[in-house]
Design a protein around this ligand. Structure first.
Ligand SMILES: O=C(O)CCC(=O)C(=O)O
Length: 266
């Protein structure tokens, strides 16, 4: 049964992003929030730092699924993977990596305008990110803004955040904040331009992001060789990614295969 309605599909094609949800019930969202709190406390303890000090400085964690069974289970969320596959238009998806991006109360920084694909060693523009809100995310708390239709513009090189910035001029006003209720997700195309402001509210803004590639996407070492995941690729240029680090999942997968991939999940 399709997970994405024709209207949602049309919006994604036109704008490059679409909010879908809820994809998780409140109890599962609460479980992920608790898992984040416990995992952050463990990471802070590992470097002998009080949690508040740690969270005042660290705001992003990659490959959380490799460290935490609750996030590992979320990574294999069948509905999120099915939505991603339908939006990309592929039979099976592969996880490139996950990450948690957190903006603390009255904190966090601006994520400058960028597109994702130029920052990944992936050849084909056949990927989406599932940005799952763990809190109700509003314009004030740091919701992302997307440039509608920007994903249809030609591939560009990555932006050096320290020395340059994307300037839109009049067009900037087309990019409105995309609020996402807790448990819902905004799916965005890998060539969609996006940005987010700091959090100016008293609450947290936490998002768990899974990057899904079409499982047939291939490794391009000439693009973003500096990306941390590039060091974990063990296949030659032009090949599909290694399953141990970049697992496939989604429609078409047999239950037995899924059970194997989920080994170690809670
Ligand atoms: O969480 C944010 O504010 C930015 C996220 C982002 O850039 C992304 O998911 O590609």
């Amino acid at each position: 049964m399709p997970e994405v309605t024709p209207q949602q599909h049309a919006l994604f094609e036109e704008q490059g992003h679409v909010v879908i949800g809820p994809i998780l019930p409140p109890a599962d969202v609460a479980r992920l929030r608790q898992a984040f709190e416990a995992q952050a406390a463990a990471w802070a303890a590992e470097i002998d730092t009080p949690l508040d000090d740690y969270l005042a400085v660290v705001s992003q964690w990659t490959n959380v699924w490799e460290h935490n069974p609750v996030f590992r289970e979320q990574l294999y969320h069948q509905r999120a993977a099915a939505i991603a596959a339908e939006l990309i238009g592929c039979q099976r998806v592969r996880v490139f990596h996950d990450h948690l991006i957190v903006k603390p109360p009255h904190g966090g920084s601006t994520v400058p305008w960028h597109r994702d694909l130029p920052n990944w060693p992936v050849a084909e523009p056949r990927a989406v990110s599932c940005w799952l809100a763990l809190d109700d995310v509003t314009a004030e708390s740091g919701a992302m803004r997307f440039m509608p239709g920007g994903h249809r513009e030609p591939v560009t090189r990555s932006i050096d955040f320290l020395n340059e910035a994307k300037v839109w001029g009049e067009r900037e006003r087309d990019a409105v904040p995309v609020a996402v209720p807790a448990g819902s997700a905004v799916f965005h195309h890998c060539l969609s331009w996006h940005t987010s402001p700091p959090n100016s509210t008293a609450g947290w803004r936490r998002a768990y992001i899974t990057i899904y590639l079409d499982a047939t996407c291939t490794y391009d070492p000439t693009r973003a060789a500096w990306h941390p995941m590039a060091g974990r690729v063990s296949v030659p240029a032009g090949a599909t990614f290694n399953e141990d680090v970049f697992p496939t999942l989604g429609p078409g997968l047999s239950a037995a295969h899924l059970a194997t991939l989920r080994g170690g999940a809670a």
